[in-house]
Write a protein that binds this ligand. Sequence first.
Ligand SMILES: [Zn+2]
Length: 238
Amino acid sequence: MIFRARQDLTLGGVPVTIKVSPRAQRMRLKVDPRTRAVLLTVPRRVSERRALAWAAGHRDWVEAALAAIPEGAPVLAGSTISLFGRPHAIEWDPRRPRRIEIADGRLLAGGPAEGLEGRVLRRIKAQALETLDRETRALAARAGVQVVRVGIGDPVSRWGSCSSSGTIRYSWRLIMAPEFVRHATVAHEVAHLVHLNHGPDFHALVEMLLGADPGPARKWLRKEGAALHRIGRATSPA
Ligand SMILES: [Zn+2]
């Protein structure tokens, strides 16, 4: 597959990224609600010129799709952020210590107003790593497997990944999701330590480790995942 960011066609202020796909049967335009990327998939037999002309004909659709994406949600004093699926109000008092404390339904923040968002996000990411590391190791022990390392990151399209070397990585944003969603993601990745595929044995192990059907968690992420991706991102580009 070939990816190219085009500067010669801009739709709704976003340069169109062309993906030439040998498998695509027809041209497709997609707007990614998380990255605001405009992606044009083109079958190999279609010329780039024709594809760009076709995409340009869909300018209204792209502009409407971009406009429908909610803007980034800044993390501010007085605003609320979800942790473990429960709203936590960010209470800022400059007389408090800089270290942010996660209390019951509250994030107690101190220090200067400047850099508050960065400090809150760093605290939440540290919490995400601590929680996900603990839960992953506990579940791996139950599955009778070793996890080499647990890490967090901010991938756009995945909530977790597992490498053949035994390293599991998660999106830190999972810590904002309800616990059943986080637990299902952990069970999914731990099951990959045993089966590096999505076969029937893998799915049976996920369900056994989770003790529940992971379907509702997948559904939740499909519906609410884009909202998690807005938190702490700059508002939409002008
Ligand atoms: Zn998987």
